[in-house]
Design a protein around this ligand. Sequence first.
Ligand SMILES: Nc1ncnc2c1ncn2[C@@H]1O[C@H](COP(=O)(O)OP(=O)(O)OP(=O)(O)O)[C@@H](O)[C@H]1O
Length: 349
Amino acid sequence: MGNARVLAFYITVCVVAFVISKIVIAVLLYRRWRRKQMVVRDSFCGGELVMFRSPTMKSLNPDTFLKKLMKLSNKDIIGSGGYGTVYGMTIDDTTALALKRINRGSAERDKGFERELEAMGDIKHRNIVTLHGYYTAPHYNLLIYELIPNGSLAAVLHGKPMDKKVLNWPSRYKIAVGMARGISYLHHDCIPHIIHRDIKSSNILLDKDMEARVSDFGLATLMEPNKTHVSTLIAGTFGYLAPEYFDTGKATAKGDVYSFGVVLLELLTGKKPTDEAFIEEGTKLVTWVKSVVEDKREEIAVDSSLEDCPANEVNHVFNIALMCLEPDPSKRPTMAQVLNMLEQIKSES
Ligand SMILES: Nc1ncnc2c1ncn2[C@@H]1O[C@H](COP(=O)(O)OP(=O)(O)OP(=O)(O)O)[C@@H](O)[C@H]1O
């Protein structure tokens, strides 16, 4: 009898200790979550503002932000794309934000939407555009990004000839390495690994030092109902899609490597992958460059505004681009290998 009592006592102590430890862990996790983000209800429009904790957002007063948000108009538009309109918002001399407005879809999607955004908010890398938070209103969602001042690579490369002058060879090489670093981080260092699924020159933004910042990562996944990190839904942009994508519809890291190869060709040739001149001739940028490189006549493919660029470095980058553009995905290098090869070019020269 005495032994049974002792046993019952020990079991009770163990159960109580177990329950208390679970409560302590839950409280700690909740406090950590609260520290990571701040949620503000907007009584005026019935929306909810979620700000991820960061030095930028620390200095941002939510009321100031919400007041400025209500005043946004067409003159604040800085771009628009397949997902919605992008507005610029200056908070003060040191803080400027880019707000991507996305029309709201099904309630089911919106639940996962918030979870996915919180995961995206954790990703901080100098070659990736930071997501500072989001705002959900009854009829739309707004993603709050840092504002990247020099616009997209597509706009600079294919815009006014004057703007393109800033893209000399050292600057194009720096952009290529920065892009590779950002995508390699998503593929290899994030847990779970992230496939971008829409690498293209309009998703590469240029910061004040003309350093590449990969944007829109996770958006293709976010906009897809019943998402997983590897998708089976056709997304992405024609001209950049890997050939196997049309057969399998499956997004893979090697698909991102192919799209990266197309952007490298854009940087080298200054031509758009969907250039009308190619379509008229029944070819495309990738096929044309492959034939030129096979004939060892890279110089005719190089952008005419890249005068006096070191031929050996340019040829190296052409070769790396062609490795990324291998029709068989298993023959393409990983992004980590691509980054390594690109970095070696400068160390060799
Ligand atoms: N964080 C940002 N900072 C500065 N400008 C931005 C930012 N995000 C987007 N933009 C601008 O808005 C434009 C549209 O961006 P968005 O990502 O919506 O569309 P896209 O990339 O051009 O096309 P798609 O939606 O098909 O990917 C960009 O080309 C860029 O000029």
